[in-house]
Ligand binder design. Structure first.
Ligand SMILES: Cc1cc2nc3c(=O)[nH]c(=O)nc-3n(C[C@H](O)[C@H](O)[C@H](O)COP(=O)(O)O)c2cc1C
Length: 194
């Protein structure tokens, strides 16, 4: 194991969602290495309920062209300059990983699969953070758009649950405060149920 690796605790606490990337490249190999580790996420029945579409390196540029075409419908009404401004949050990132999850008809399995894939995504975000790569889990409306889904080869019975952006950044965003767990815990006592 890499001696420089962050502790699990430090990775969890220090990781931030990066919303402002600086355009510096991220290698596809780094992302696939991260995925190889991230698939060790717990998942019920060993269903491995995920598959991925990765747009990285020069293919990320191809993806941006698809996004211009099939992204937000109202972008079509924008002039080139305004569209480029809207696109900055995408063009400054360096790669996008689409996490695709089966939508089991059985509710229990569907919830388990979504939960397992969410754990996998957290694994990816923490492993990337450890390599000095920023990420942001994005859920833009176009992920459910039939035309966009078709571009990614998403099948009926599958759902894209995340567009996970990768990139480098200049400034560490300020952490949004969390509610301390102490305020959220009810400690079980024998008379709790009364
Ligand atoms: C399920 C999920 C969906 C998210 N979708 C978006 C999104 O569409 N756009 C966005 O800017 N951030 C999105 N985020 C990132 C959150 O806004 C971010 O995690 C939150 O601001 C906390 O910041 P932190 O991760 O730096 O602690 C999403 C996060 C999660 C877990």
């Amino acid at each position: 194991m890499d001696e420089q690796a962050l502790s699990v605790r430090d990775a969890i606490i220090s990781r931030r969602s990066i919303k402002s990337f600086n355009g510096q490249p991220v290698e596809q190999r780094d992302i696939t290495d991260i995925l190889e580790d991230a698939v060790w996420a717990p998942n019920h029945g060993n269903r491995n309920p995920w598959r991925f579409v990765l747009a990285a390196e020069e293919n990320y540029q191809e993806f941006l062209a698809v996004l211009r075409e099939f992204g937000v419908p109202k972008w079509k009404e924008l002039n080139e300059e305004t569209l480029e401004k809207q696109m900055i949050k995408f063009t400054k990132a360096s790669a996008a990983l689409f996490v695709i999850v089966p939508e089991d008809a059985r509710q229990k399995q569907r919830h388990e699969d979504f939960a397992a894939a969410s754990i996998l995504i957290q694994n990816v975000m923490l492993l990337a953070w450890d390599k000095g790569i920023g990420t942001c889990w994005k859920t833009p409306g176009f992920l459910d758009d039939p035309k966009f889904r078709a571009q990614l080869g998403v099948q009926p019975g599958e759902r894209i649950i995340s567009m996970l952006q990768f990139g480098h950044f200049d400034e560490l965003p300020k952490a949004k405060p969390r509610t301390p767990a102490e305020e959220l815990v009810t400690y079980w006592q024998e008379d709790s149920a009364e």
